[in-house]
Ligand binder design. Structure first.
Ligand code: FAD
Ligand code: NAI
Length: 476
């Protein structure tokens, strides 16, 4: 095998791609990963959207801005007085950049450790080669690779609103939203989805007046209605101005501001002027420059690479994972698909359970869920029982000074199997794992109710919500 001939070439080094490459190498394959992302210094920055302009930098800023907000008022309740509180946004942004770089470097280290050959540049199909495919790499490095198996993991890009192209100065995608160099006085956000709420929270906490304009009449439609309602109340109380049912009209840029004309939920015409505008209305699959046409790669009408349940494309030996294929656009979903594909290439039975993929929105409080919502169960005509437990009645939450929200269990009315768990509250992102494990093992709410949970801990709220399914909460 020549040094440019591989068993597996992975195109894209985000969570789907780099994890697929590592797992394939663990399974004994000769693997290359091609990724085009460069940092400000022009050096390779693998990790994709997630590491560079997504999960990691957003969580860094969410943490920093939460500390700032707590120092501003929450510490006083603990008897800690803070005077002369000041925001050093430059340091906050630099810290975020350092964390991103640590992650980029970590992935390069993992490639070396696992003997994955890394190529910095854009990977494009050039055609078929004997027993496989030819991939051209262009950009910072130029190469021609061949492989029997190709994994497409090219991710997604922010969806543009027609007539309001991202300039990353006034009109910002997720990338610009993570790098605003001075706190905007007035920040507009179009789209009250995951990015809108997370980034809106960051900038509100450090002093921006944030207005969110959402097209749909319901808030967080994919979230359990009871949880969404509770969350809407909490965010509004925090000062996020959330306007539902808005029809966005013309977006006009001034020198240092941007105006948005919209019809509000009553149909009245409004115009709002902002110092910065984040547009977070979903993401679109990215196949730019992949040159799939060279090999007849099939895309659907929305631009996603067409795959079967096991991530096989229409081409033999070509697989696709992550944001570029159907399913939730989540890093952990991309990773699970990456692992499963590597294992399938090795003839094993890779498996992804789409019913137990957790969702988390990292606001404060955090929102996390797995499985079905109550409205879905109703729509499907499933007979269910529900149990809720508020964090207000949890000793650890009181000690933390963070009692907002609740845990909600939904279980089958006959078998008691857990069908969905929904949490809004402190570290919901961590608490949800117990529910994921339980559902993966097809546990009943009674199973969780009978498991010993440490006291005092937030996880007791999970146990209590499970008890509440059978109306036997002990502490509420
Ligand atoms: P990506 O991460 O997009 O990686 C694709 C990579 O491929 C990129 O590096 C790209 O440059 C490269 N590439 C594309 N085309 C080519 C080519 N032809 N040749 C070479 N390289 C190419 N998900 C979560 O689960 N939790 C979170 O907290 C979370 N937070 C987010 C916050 C924000 C602001 C955003 C925008 C997203 C967030 N996501 C989060 C979603 C998550 O980032 C994506 O689901 C995940 O990155 C998808 O992984 P991927 O590997 O499919 O694609
Ligand atoms: P989103 O799909 O979460 O939300 C988009 C929102 O914009 C929706 O509420 C939608 O109704 C609204 N919208 C769409 N078109 C509109 C229009 N023309 N006018 C007004 N509102 C409009 O998408 P978002 O926030 O851009 O995030 C993209 C994806 O990235 C998420 O779906 C998620 O998969 C991923 N992500 C995950 C995170 C996490 O796991 N914590 C964090 C951030 C992003």
């Amino acid at each position: 095998m020549s040094d440019k001939q591989f068993d597996v070439v992975v195109i894209g080094g985000g969570p789907g791609g780099y994890i697929a490459a590592i797992r394939a190498a663990q399974l004994g394959f000769k693997v290359a990963c091609v990724d085009e992302w460069s940092n400000a210094a022009g050096k390779p920055a693998p990790g994709g959207t997630c590491t560079n302009v997504g999960c990691i930098p957003s969580k860094a800023l969410l943490q920093s801005s939460e500390h700032f907000e707590h120092a501003g008022h929450a510490f006083a309740d603990h008897g800690i007085k803070v005077s002369g509180l000041e925001l050093d946004l430059g340091t906050m942004l630099k810290r975020k950049d350092t964390i991103v770089k640590q992650n980029n470097d970590g992935i390069l280290f993992l490639f070396k450790k696992n003997k994955v050959s890394f190529f910095h540049g854009r990977g494009a199909f050039a055609g078929t080669a004997e027993g496989g495919y030819t991939i051209n790499v262009s950009g910072p490095t130029t190469d021609t690779l061949t492989a029997r198996n190709v994994v497409i993991a090219t991710g997604s890009n922010a969806r543009q609103l027609p007539g309001a192209e991202f300039d990353e100065k006034l009109i910002l995608s997720n990338a610009g939203a993570l790098a605003i160099e001075a706190v905007p006085g007035k920040l507009g956000v179009i789209g009250a989805g995951v990015i809108g709420l997370e980034m809106g929270s960051v900038w509100r906490r450090v002093g921006a007046d944030v207005t969110v304009l959402e097209g749909l009449p319901t808030f967080l439609g994919a979230v359990d209605e009871q949880i969404a309602k509770e969350t809407h109340k909490l965010f509004t109380k925090q000062g996020l101005k959330i306007n539902l049912g808005c029809k966005i009209g013309a977006i006009t840029k001034g020198e240092n501001s941007v105006s948005v004309a919209y019809a509000d939920s009553t149909g009245a015409e409004q115009t709002a002027t902002f110092d910065r505008l984040i547009i977070s209305i979903g993401r679109v699959p990215n196949t730019i420059g992949l040159n799939g046409e060279a090999v007849g790669l099939q895309l659907d009408e929305r631009g996603f690479v067409v795959v079967d349940d096991e991530c096989r494309t229409s081409l033999p030996g070509v697989w696709a994972v992550g944001d570029v294929v159907r399913g939730p656009m989540l890093a952990h979903k991309a990773e699970e698909e990456g692992v499963a594909v590597a294992e399938r290439i090795a003839g094993q039975h890779g498996h992804v359970n789409f019913n137990t993929i957790p969702w988390v929105i990292y606001t404060s409080p955090e929102i996390a869920w797995v499985g079905k919502t109550e409205q879905q169960l109703k729509a499907e005509g499933v007979a269910y029982k529900a149990g809720t437990f508020p964090f207000m009645a949890n000793g650890r939450a009181r000690a933390l000074g963070d009692t907002s929200g609740m845990v909600k269990f939904l279980a089958d009315a006959t078998t008691d199997e857990i069908l969905g768990v929904h949490i809004v509250g402190p570290v919901a992102s961590e608490l949800i794992s117990e529910a994921v494990v339980a559902m993966e093992f097809k546990a009943s709410s009674e199973d969780i109710a009978r498991i010993c949970h440490a006291h005092p801990s937030l996880s007791e709220a999970v146990k209590e919500a499970a008890l509440a399914v059978d109306k036997r909460s002990l502490n509420f």
